[in-house]
Design a protein around this ligand. Structure first.
Ligand code: M6R
Length: 600
């Protein structure tokens, strides 16, 4: 959460920083700011709200070719101009931006900064005030900065400007992502390569507790105790068009439409010329050896994990548990003798999942990360990574990452069965290509889902999704999608569980969207629909293939029962999208949220 950028080169730093922040806005968007430095000193512009609001307050006439910027998701102190970054030390000599959480900031204030008057409610301000404090000990800025970083507990990606050295940016990182971009006579920093593709596609990854001094012509990486570190750069394989909306009004709609291509891309990455599944032999062996798999994830990725459990247990017979990352350490189950932990995360940065990863690595257990961002923290710190190949997902509401995760889990389940010598009557590659075609058909039916959203969700304050078996898991995801972008209170429910309490909430006109795509529960879910209809609910049935009945509102083209969720979720994604649109909500950047949840 929060995004930072930095630039030092020969062009107008303000514009490059603002454009970079626009690309990072998915990481947090309640306030933003930039600081540019020239011979006259540091000029700070900040504002509550989006980058668009920040643009309005930036003085166009300020000439500067170096600076830093920040887009915020509030943790310490409410969203406001006062708490927006950059923050300055009391003398204004030092200016800082920071992504992360300094857990011991209050203790540091008490120990070192009792006489300092703070001008924000943030944890961040402690860093910049400490640098100024330690400079009084007559040391170099670099030494003071390193000393401060060595005292910090928690996470940070941070960049510091010194008014007296306008040709340098000091950078530090621990647990929060940060890259340095290398150009010709220009160098940059960014929380995500996307932000600085406008300048370069060559980046150097930073490791925790490293300090970097960035000038126009050099990037010097050091360990926290001052030893120089050499590291090669890598080329970011990102196409600038991947991170543009193109002709789409919203990233979410673009990403929903991309799902058939994503599934075909996964097929091409996980299948060799002989039609065999491509999987790292070490991953194969570790999966086979484990006596139980523990899937750890949050939000939508947790919902993909629920499907993963069903796929892996049904297809390969390997026992699986799925756990919400933020609860795992506090409600830890009894572990089996040879557990393998599987972390599912679009961003690969989710702090709750990382907390579990750190804990289980300390205990010596193996870990596999399934992520859309190889090179992310969860990917680097796990023993193995499987890439979901969905391309950058920008909208806060996850769509293509979810279906990609389930596709990779289906392939993994079959490979595991093959490795165990189990004959599987299910060819994941062939069935996934049928899914891709069905997805295309569904994406072509936007008017239908737009109408369902208008008819059922325009004025309601709540909505229920009901289903059984795999449909139940899709209902959980449908409800999350709807509530996060339209703010309609939505719940996903197991059809049979309604009568144990929740049915009390059904009133005249309460929308209930029922999924009926599973043959073995078709009659029972339809019974549950009748129960809510008898109590006044406005019911909408979405069925599939042979499960369809005459009055169903929509029938999904048939796909293999193991993969039904990949198709079934698309109507729910589109209904949520149109419901949010009809209610004038900010679809891509819903309130209070951020794409990458890097605080616990
Ligand atoms: O990056 P991750 O997959 O680890 O993120 C987990 C959740 O924060 C994420 O899925 C969230 O629930 C989405 N906004 C849902 O659309």
């Amino acid at each position: 959460m929060c995004g930072i950028v930095g630039y030092i080169g020969n062009e107008d730093a303000k514009e490059i920083l603002l454009k970079g922040l626009e690309k990072l806005e998915y990481r947090g968007y309640d306030s933003a700011g930039i600081a540019v430095v020239n011979k006259e000193g540091v000029h700070i512009y900040k504002e509550k709200g989006r980058i668009a609001s920040l643009r309005n307050v930036v003085d166009e006439s300020t000439e500067a070719t170096a600076g830093i910027g920040h887009t915020r998701w509030a943790t310490h102190g409410p969203p406001s101009k006062r708490n927006a970054h950059p923050h300055q030390s009391t003398s204004s000599r030092f200016t800082i931006v920071h992504n992360g959480v300094i857990e011991n900031y209050e203790q540091l204030k008490r120990e070192y900064l009792e006489d300092v008057t703070f001008t924000s409610d943030t944890d961040t301000e402690v860093i910049v005030q400490l640098v100024e404090q330690f400079m009084k000990e007559d040391q170099s800025v670099e030494a003071a900065f390193r000393k401060v970083l060595s005292l910090l507990k928690g996470s940070y990606a941070t960049a510091l400007l010194d008014e007296q050295e306008p040709e340098k940016i000091y950078v530090g990182k621990n647990k929060s992502p940060l890259l340095v971009g290398i150009g010709d006579g220009v160098n940059v920093i960014a929380s995500d390569a996307m932000a600085m593709l406008q300048v370069t596609n060559q980046f150097v990854e930073l490791m925790d507790k490293e300090v970097v001094i960035v000038t126009r012509d050099a990037v010097t990486i050091k360990s926290i105790d001052g030893q120089t570190v050499e590291r090669d750069h890598f080329v970011a394989e990102l196409d600038a068009s991947d991170i543009e909306k193109g002709t789409y009004p919203h990233f979410m709609l673009k990403e929903i439409d991309e799902q058939p291509f994503v599934i075909r891309n996964i097929i091409s990455k996980y299948q060799d010329d002989n039609g065999q599944i491509i999987l790292d032999e070490d991953i194969r062996a570790t999966l086979k050896e484990a006596d139980r798999l523990y899937i750890i994830a949050a939000g939508t990725s947790y919902h993909a994990g629920l499907m993963g459990k069903q796929l892996i247990e049904t297809i390969s017979g390997k026992p699986v548990e799925v756990h919400i990352a933020s609860e795992f350490l506090y409600n830890m189950p009894l572990l089996s003798e040879k557990p393998l932990f599987i972390f599912i995360s679009q961003s690969g940065e989710t702090a709750d999942s990382r907390g579990v990863l750190v804990d289980i690595k300390e205990k010596g257990y193996p870990a596999l990360t399934i992520t859309n961002v190889p090179g992310s923290t969860l990917s680097r710190e796990a023993d193995f990574t499987l890439h979901t190949h969905a391309g950058p997902e920008i909208a806060v509401a996850s769509t293509k990452a979810y279906t990609a995760q389930m596709a990779v889990l289906a392939i993994l389940a079959c490979d595991l069965a093959n490795a165990k010598g189990i004959t599987v009557d299910f060819d994941p590659i062939q069935e996934l290509s049928i899914v891709a075609n069905a997805m295309e058909t569904l994406c072509d039916k936007k008017e239908t889902f737009e109408k369902i959203a208008r008819d059922y969700l325009s004025i309601t304050r709540n909505c229920f999704f009901i289903g059984r078996a795999a449909d139940y898991y899709v209902c959980l995801e449908g409800a999350l999608k709807l509530k996060e972008i339209s703010y309609i209170q939505a719940e996903g429910f197991a059809g049979g569980e309604l009568k144990h309490g929740t049915i009390a909430l059904i009133e005249d006109g309460t929308p209930v969207i029922a999924l009926a795509t599973q043959d073995h529960v078709n009659l029972s879910i339809r019974g549950n629909v009748k129960e809510v209809a008898a109590r006044g609910a406005a019911t909408c049935i979405i069925s599939m293939g042979d499960c369809a009945q005459e009055d169903d509102q929509f029938v999904i083209p048939p796909v293999h029962k193991h993969l039904s969720a990949l198709a079934t979720v698309i109507p729910l994604q589109l209904i949520s999208y149109y419901a949010a649109l009809h209610r004038d909500c900010d679809v891509d950047k819903p309130r209070n949220l951020a794409k990458s949840v890097t605080v616990e």
